[in-house]
Design a protein. Structure first.
Length: 147
């Protein structure tokens, strides 16, 4: 996998056009990635992200859409990690992954890798699926609404 760097600090203009067409308000972070929030219910909201950087899988240019479901100040315990892995078997698109952030916290991300050119209703469906899946896990494992 070879990463393709975004050409613009303000983010990939294809993502900006796609989100604007869907009337999704967003901000672009210092890395050029897009972030946005959705109110899922009256009590719950969730942040989502679309990376400007892309990668190639064969002949297809792809990018990542993700949302944070859980944060830990150390590695996730084996029970939580196994639960996330088992949950991967029940989702239609996407999977759980763990990463460390700049503060060395551990994050459980629900992430979907999609064609870089994805737009319209299919893009919206993937975004909603990612956000709902991450929020449901956040609610189940922490009981909070942090992300």
């Amino acid at each position: 996998m070879i990463g393709i760097k975004p050409k613009h600090k303000e983010g990939d203009p294809r993502v900006a056009r796609a989100l604007e067409a869907l009337e999704i308000k967003y901000e672009v972070d210092k890395d050029g990635d897009f972030q946005f929030g959705f109110n899922l219910t009256e009590e719950r909201s969730q942040m989502g992200f679309i990376r400007s950087s892309t990668f190639r899988f064969g002949e297809v240019e792809m990018r990542e859409i993700f949302s944070i479901g859980l944060k830990s100040f150390g590695p996730f315990d084996s029970r939580t990690a196994n639960f996330l892995l088992e949950h991967n078997n029940s989702v239609k698109i996407g999977a759980w992954a763990t990463v460390r952030d700049a503060e060395d916290s551990h994050l459980a991300l629900f992430t979907a890798k999609v064609a870089a050119e994805l737009e319209g209703e299919l893009l919206k469906e993937v975004i909603v699926a990612v956000l709902i899946t991450a929020d449901e896990m956040e609610k189940r494992l922490s009981g909070r609404d942090d992300f």
